[in-house]
Design a protein around this ligand. Structure first.
Ligand SMILES: Nc1nc2c(ncn2[C@@H]2O[C@H](COP(=O)(O)OP(=O)(O)OP(=O)(O)O)[C@@H](O)[C@H]2O)c(=O)[nH]1
Ligand SMILES: [Mg+2]
Length: 406
């Protein structure tokens, strides 16, 4: 009994990614009174909400602090790549520029000009940057803590917005110490820098526990991962899934997180097809299913960084020929996806086992009934699950090969 209810809690918590408990109850009630037709509109609305929700992340700080480089790193780009934010040795960013994520166009990183230059003295800056439109802020500070860092933090706090304080170019700090012949205790030095930031923020009246020390050139080191985890943890549910999907593939963990999020979309997509399957017009259901399938697979590929452009970016970053990266991909889902690819996939369906835990348990009666509505649900559900599994495995293989992880 105890384990069933805790399993149910886990299932509910996991599914809460897209539906609130109230919505799930409504789905169930709607299904009982109006059948598949009635639940479809809520699912359609939810899917379009997921696609349209924008995430606007503002990156601010003094000129030269490393804002543009950080944005490029978060988008999986190098400063020299096409579409990268401009990086210069002189003041480079003159007005807020929105950089969409290279594959997911509803995620924007806003590169704000540096605060405190003659072009943007602090007071003018704070007025001009229209801070309200952003979901949250990342303040980037390099070398020493400056008065402008405190001003930014205070202004963002005054507007009731959340900020994350990031101390950048940690790699350069260590380089300088090395060049000065200093004996380095990495842990101690990091604590020293962290404390300095915290003390200065406190002096400015900002009580925060978290300061993130990063290098935009070394994602695996220092607090780069910790920063992303913190950003993710505090986002509202829908934003969280959008943020995770936008993150470049740098670890098995992130790829698995993406898989879990995408998996939750599968039954929604399958439900849409299930309802069309109930329409007794020969051919209509299949045509609609193909559109759903192709659309979903292309989306999965982008989220898992297996589209042509993402692979090319990874090749640039890791200095490996893109053909070598493609050679470790096993799925036939890499090139053009068309009706024939889908039909070939369909042949692979053998046994379908759908575990109740994959859905919120109290939603299972709805799912069970939809099976009866037509085999479309089953076909879409199985093909997309297979495709997602293959694509995830490929994404892991490519990432490990690219970064030389065994
Ligand atoms: N070593 C090191 N250098 C960095 C890092 N981030 C940025 N830089 C360098 O710092 C310089 C300035 O970086 P930008 O990203 O242009 O800084 P910015 O804050 O966007 O500058 P403005 O647009 O002028 O306000 C460039 O030469 C970068 O290569 C880092 O993490 N480590
Ligand atoms: Mg810049």
């Amino acid at each position: 009994m105890g384990s069933t209810s805790s399993r149910q809690q886990v299932a509910e918590a996991e599914n809460a990614t897209f539906f609130t408990k109230e919505e799930l109850n409504k789905l169930k009630a709607d299904f009982e009174t109006g059948g598949v037709e009635k639940v479809t509109s809520l699912i359609e609305r939810k899917l379009s909400e997921l696609d349209k929700t924008e995430l606007n992340i503002a990156v601010t700080g003094e000129t030269g602090a490393g804002k543009s480089t950080f944005i490029n790193a978060m988008r999986g780009l190098q400063n020299s790549d096409d579409g990268a934010a401009r990086v210069d040795t002189k003041e480079a960013t003159m007005e807020p520029a929105g950089f969409p994520h290279p594959s997911l166009s509803n995620v924007y990183y806003w590169d704000l000009p540096g605060i405190g230059t003659t072009n943007f003295p602090a007071d003018k800056y704070l007025k001009q940057m229209k801070f309200k439109k952003y979901n949250f802020f990342i303040i980037i500070s390099s070398c020493r803590f400056r008065e402008n860092d405190a001003k930014l933090a205070k202004e963002i706090k005054r507007l009731g917005k959340k900020f994350y304080f990031v101390r950048s170019k940690i790699d350069a700090d260590f380089d300088s110490m090395r060049k000065a012949g200093k004996e380095i205790n990495v842990k101690k030095e990091l604590e020293y820098i962290r404390n300095d930031c915290l003390v200065n923020l406190r002096k400015a009246g900002i009580l925060t526990e978290s300061v993130f020390l990063i290098s935009s050139f070394e994602h695996e080191k220092y607090d780069f991962k910790g920063l992303n985890k913190a950003l993710e943890d505090e986002m509202p549910i829908i934003m969280k899934s959008i943020f995770v999907l936008a993150y470049p593939n740098r670890s098995v963990e992130i790829i698995q997180k993406k898989k879990n999020i995408l998996q939750k979309r599968i039954w929604m997509l399958a439900t849409l097809s299930g309802s069309v399957g109930a329409v007794p017009v020969p051919g209509l259901s299949f045509a609609c299913d193909i559109v759903i399938l192709i659309g979903a697979i292309i989306h999965f590929r982008k989220c898992l960084c297996l589209d042509e452009a993402s692979l090319q970016r990874l090749a640039n970053i890791t200095n490996k020929p893109v053909e070598e990266l493609k050679a470790v991909v096993k799925t036939p889902l890499l090139g053009e996806i068309n009706k024939d690819t889908i039909v070939r996939l369909g042949w692979r369906i053998t046994v379908v086992v759908i575990s109740a835990v994959e859905f919120a348990l109290n939603f299972v009666p709805v799912i069970g009934s939809i099976f009866g509505a037509g085999s479309s649900f089953l076909m879409i559900y199985t093909i997309l699950n297979d495709a997602l599994k293959d694509l995830t495995e490929d994404a892991e293989r490519v990432m490990k090969f690219a970064f030389g992880i065994s």
